[in-house]
Ligand binder design. Structure first.
Ligand code: SF4
Length: 453
């Protein structure tokens, strides 16, 4: 049993879509006809998908079974759908895929996606987050409306670089401006935003990467990031560049030094999910093969006397929380035309027990075309840490069950009123709708809405 998997309060179940081409041609991306684009069959998360022939129901069902067999609570499940570019798949496949994932959570086969949603609101395994991965140039108002119909709450998107020359050299097929537009639109629609950023792309140097990383925080300001140092794989076009001597992977020392340089500058509202991709080292042709870069960078920062203040580095994890000791912090920043409030409860030693992301759209926020969001402030995320207790269980001091969510919602409500918004909207996951309905929110088209009187 790996307890860390649920210490953020939620159990993540990863599923892969079927093998399918991606419209893009990124030169670092591996190609394996047996897999969705960019995945290798022996990556840890991918093996179960292969075993179940990419069937969504079987993948979720078997994962729940194995989690339950080792005693993990599975009542709050975040579905993480991986596989190339989600938006490139046909919409009927997307709808079927999500419905079958929910069928596995619901223990019942629904006749439609709407029915599967409705069943999940009271199911034993509630869906508390639905994550897909796509490209910036796929994000349009129409696409976000569709994603909301599916129940998506969080998007992972490859930014990879904030330099158009590097993007072009690596044949990303989109520009920095397109990344900016996509992120602003997702923010205006209340999605949680996870950006992938890749150091060591063709044409980059450690110095240019240090500069590039700083640009992430000028206006994109992702909620979470995955740092994926480019890895040289034999079945990616970049391999030929390396053979011709036109590309050189950084050494392990260079990478650790780069990570130790950039991590202390990461804003407190962001969570660093990964600092390297989980590709088996046998596939890596040259350059760093260690997967423990996070610990290596941590050791280097300790040696230098610096530290990282990202969310992941400050989570309370299993520690108990004394509510009366918690300090409320409101970190305000602007991004994509909105004023963001990252409201968090922290312990006296600066561990984070829970937070809320409140977005106040401004005159420069893009129009989503979504009726629910008209003239509204948006709660993009409510996260309270705990021990992923099953409903009805108790653990003294576990943050998740001590009313922190309600207190954070009250704070968000007060700020929204202070700024003169008449509506507060939340991008609720399917399985958390009841929670908000019990707290004064009403059903909109695809969001939940509270009218502020
Ligand atoms: S967009 Fe993603 S999946 Fe598609 S080629 Fe580029 S890296 Fe690979």
């Amino acid at each position: 049993m790996k307890p860390v998997r649920t210490l953020s309060g939620v159990t993540t179940v990863t599923v892969l879509t079927k093998p399918y081409p991606c419209p893009a041609q990124c030169i670092f991306c591996p190609d394996d006809a047996r897999m969705p684009k960019s995945y290798l069959p022996d990556e840890p998360g991918a093996m179960r998908a292969v075993e179940h022939d990419f069937d969504p129901f079987d993948q979720v069902y078997s994962r729940l079974e194995s989690l339950e067999a080792v005693g993990h609570p599975t009542d709050k499940v975040e579905l993480l759908i991986l596989g190339g570019t989600w938006s490139a798949y046909r919409r009927d496949y997307q709808e079927w895929f999500v419905r079958r994932c929910l069928d596995a959570l619901n223990g019942k086969t629904a006749g439609s996606l709407l029915e599967a949603h409705s069943l999940n609101e009271t199911a034993m395994h509630r869906n508390v987050g639905l994550v897909i991965e796509t490209r910036p140039d796929e994000i349009t108002p129409k696409e976000i409306a569709w994603l909301r119909q599916l129940g998506v709450t969080k998007l992972q998107m490859g930014a990879q670089s904030l330099n158009d020359r590097i993007l072009a050299l690596n044949q990303r097929g989109h520009t920095v401006a397109e990344t900016g537009r996509a992120v602003a639109l997702l923010r205006a629609a209340g999605f949680k935003i996870v950006l992938h950023w890749m150091p060591n792309l063709l044409g980059a140097t450690p110095d240019s990467d240090r500069m590039d990383f700083k640009r992430l925080w000028e206006d994109l300001c992702p909620d979470e990031i995955k740092i994926y140092p480019c890895q040289l794989l034999e079945n990616a076009p970049l391999y030929a560049f390396w053979q011709r001597g036109e590309y050189q992977p950084y050494s392990q020392e260079q990478l650790v030094s780069l990570l130790a340089d950039i991590k202390p500058g990461i804003p407190r509202y962001c969570r660093v999910n990964r600092v390297i991709r989980d590709i088996p080292s046998t596939h890596v042709v040259a350059g760093n093969k260690r997967t423990s870069l996070r610990q290596d960078a941590q050791a280097e920062m300790t040696r230098r006397g610096s530290h990282c203040e990202c969310i992941r580095c400050r989570e309370v994890r299993g520690s108990s929380v004394v509510n009366s000791d918690l300090i409320l912090q409101d970190q305000v920043y602007t991004a994509g035309g909105a004023e963001e409030h990252f409201l968090s409860f922290t312990t006296p030693d600066d561990k984070i027990a829970g937070f809320i992301r409140l977005s106040l759209p401004g005159k420069n926020s893009p129009h989503t075309g979504l009726k629910d969001l008209e003239a509204a402030a948006i709660i993009r995320e409510v996260h309270v840490y705990g021990q992923s207790l099953a409903v009805g269980q108790d653990a003294n001091g576990a943050a998740q069950h001590s009313g922190l969510g309600t207190r954070l919602l009250e704070e968000a409500d007060a700020i929204t009123r202070k700024y003169g918004f008449k509506r507060l909207v939340v991008i609720s996951a399917i399985g958390t709708r009841r929670y908000y309905l019990e707290r004064g929110f009403k059903r909109g088209e695809t969001y939940l809405i509270k009218i502020l009187t």
